[in-house]
Structures are given as C-alpha cells and as structure tokens.
Design a protein around this ligand. Structure first.
Ligand code: AMP
Length: 366
C-alpha cells in the first residue's frame, strides 16, 4: 500500500489524510504537536519540526511520495530530496518561489499574469498612499500585513510585521475577493473548480460563496488568470489563486501551492473534493470531476472566540439543518480567531445555503 507523507499537521493535513484513506492509501504526518488535527487521523505521526531537514528526511523514509500543507516547511530539504529523485509535490522549486511573496509576485509578473502594483519597501512612495506592507514570508491569515496610511506610519507598520524582510503593494480598493482552486498533474493537465467569492473579516477568511455571483465575463477572466498561473508553475497538486475584483478588472493577490480554505466547500459541494484531488494529483491518479454537486454551497469558518480548552457545543443541533455539514478540526485549545472548524451548507439556491450556514454557525460554540 502506498504511503503519503504530509509535512504539517493542521486541519489541511487532517482533511488530506481522510481523502487519502478513502482511496486506500496510508498517511504519515510530520508535526511537532502530538496528536494535532492531522496526527489524530494519520496512520503514523513523526513528532518533529517540518522546518528541520533531518525530520523531513525521516518523513521521506516512511513515505512513497511527499507533500506539505504549509508553506513554511523546509523547501531546501525538500529540494535536496527531489534532486535525489524522491517524488515531492508540488515541486520544491515551485514552493520556493511561492513562499517568498516578493519572488512570487515577480514570477507572476514575468509570466504576464496581472497582479497589484508592488515594489521593494524603499520605493513604496511610488505606489501612493495607502499601501500595504507585507512580510515576504511566514505571514498567513493577514498576519504579516500592515497598511501604511502615510509616511509617518511606516516605522509602526514595520514593527507590526516584526521588522522582517518585506515588500510593498498598492492598496487595492476591491469590490469583491475571488478565488479559484485548481489542480494540475505532473504532466500538466489542469482542472479548475468554479470561481468562488471569499469574504474576509480582520484579514481572515470568514465566508466562501460558491459559485461567485459575478458576470460570466468576470468568471471567465478569473478562470483564465488561474489557468495561466497553473500553467506557469511546475509540479503536481492543488493550488489556490486568490484574486481582487475591482470594476471589471481582476488581479491575482496570492497563490498557495496547496489545498486552501477557499476550497473547503468542495467536500460536499463538488463531485471531487480539493483534498481528494490533491491526493489524486500527487499519486499519479487521473484528476476527478470538479463540477459542483449542488447548485449552491456556502462555507463559514468556525473561529475561536475565547482562549482556553476547546469545548465544541451545538454540533448535533446544527447537523439537523438540511444540507449542513459541520467539520470540527480536533484542536485541543481554542484561541480568539483560531480556525477551529467550518460549516458547509449546500442547497438549491445561494440564499438557502447562506441561511442554513448562518443558522448552523449561530448554534455552534467552541
Ligand atoms: P493576504 O494574506 O496577503 O492574502 O491578505 C489577507 C487579506 O488582506 C486579503 O484577503 C485582503 O482582504 C487584504 N489585502 C491584502 N493585500 C491587499 C491589498 N494590496 N489591497 C487591499 N487589501 C489587501
């Protein structure tokens, strides 16, 4: 039986492991936290740091193919394994480009893909005010971003992101944020899921609406951009492309070389979930159907509202709502704004799906 090695042990690893098991594969995870979300459902967990080259090698020793659920994994160690002929997907070269957000933006621009204007921090004035200062690596869920309103605010913004290497990006006054989750095989076959709308609160994804309520012309533009992004990078797997829509202009905000929060709805809302799709892509199976399984799907994150031991309540009640599925990630500790789970509601109309998802969200505390 083939074994998939996953570097990182959070909820993405957990949902990848579930998909791998359904396909008859074994899963080994590497994460420092004992029995975290992925560790709880894996066949085996190596307790160790996925930034540590020795640990990455230990994971490879127990796996037939390696993947990762977090960009901060040690890309150099993965690259060394790839050079030795060990299968790692998406390729560590792709990861190395994407995990440095400035390099990622340069790469996209070089490949003719529309992005918001960006530059080195010392040239930021040329972008006009406000602009967004972003940590080049390590930022997620908006951590690592700071808006600079005027010249006097720069020092504070640098402090906010921890005085790490940064770049500057023009502030986009977007009407909507869109995302496309897509997969490619090692040989370059590409399949896209429908364009979705993502709604962020405090820079953290809150709600995902599938399909996005935009004109066909806009959806086509977003799909075209996503296709170009996937065609530019090498390696197999699922990618997520986050975009800004302003008027009828669509630009790429960020690419992730992995399964993504904007694709959680696919577990119930699409014929093939993004997690299964990733496993299929990295193990050389043909890609699955990305069509929606219902006319509408709405995903709402369950974020922690306090700090302390997690105590999920209301799941049974929420599951009584037609079309609603609750996913709890098994994190022992809840923290304000921490992603603890999510809800997906599928329905015949978006209004119904939204209503059901919101009703379920109101019932659940964690
Ligand atoms: P990021 O982690 O860089 O994707 O940023 C998280 C969120 O911050 C995005 O989803 C947007 O809501 C907001 N954001 C990021 N970059 C910009 C930008 N250049 N202009 C306006 N808002 C932004």
């Amino acid at each position: 039986m083939k074994t998939v090695g996953i570097a990182g042990g959070g909820q993405l690893g957990r949902m990848l492991a579930d998909a791998a098991h359904r396909l008859g594969l074994r899963v080994v995870t590497l994460d420092p936290e004992s029995r975290g979300p992925a560790g709880q459902v894996s066949d085996e967990q190596i307790e160790g740091d996925y930034k540590d080259a020795t640990m990455i090698r230990a994971l490879a020793g127990k796996s037939d193919v390696l993947t990762y659920e977090i960009e901060s994994v040690n890309a150099e160690a993965l690259q060394q394994l790839a050079v030795e002929g060990f299968p790692v997907h998406p390729t560590p070269r792709t990861l190395a480009i994407i995990k440095d957000k400035l390099r990622q933006k340069e790469f996209l621009k070089e490949h003719g893909i529309a992005v918001a204007p960006f530059c080195e921090p010392q040239d930021a004035e040329s972008l006009g005010y406000p602009y967004v200062l972003k940590a080049r690596s390590g930022g997620f869920d908006g951590r690592g971003n700071a808006t600079v309103a005027d010249v006097s605010a720069l020092a504070e913004a640098l402090g906010k992101i921890g005085n790490v290497p940064a770049y500057a990006e023009g502030f986009v006054r977007f009407d909507k944020e869109l995302a496309v989750v897509a997969a490619r095989t090692a040989s370059g076959e590409i399949r896209l899921y429908p364009v979705v709308e993502t709604i962020h609160k405090d820079h953290i994804c809150d709600t995902v609406i599938a399909p996005a309520q935009v004109d066909k012309k806009i959806a086509d533009k977003a799909e075209h951009l996503a296709h170009s992004v996937l065609a530019s990078f090498e390696g197999a797997g699922v990618f997520a492309i986050e975009m800004f829509l302003s008027g009828d202009e669509v630009v790429v905000n960020e690419v992730a070389p992995r399964v993504h929060n904007s694709g959680h709805w696919t577990i119930e809302g699409a014929v093939t979930s993004q997690f299964e799709q990733h496993i299929r892509a990295i193990t050389g199976m043909p890609l699955g159907d990305t069509a929606m399984a219902a006319p509408a799907a709405v995903m709402i994150n369950i974020l922690g509202e306090r700090n302390g031991p997690a105590e999920p309540k209301g799941v049974e009640e929420a599951e009584k709502i037609p079309g609603v599925k609750v996913h709890i990630y098994g994190k022992m500790e809840t923290r304000k704004q921490r992603k603890m789970g999510h809800i997906t509601a599928v329905a015949d109309t978006l209004d119904q799906a939204k209503g059901s998802a919101l009703k379920a969200r109101d019932i659940i505390t964690i």
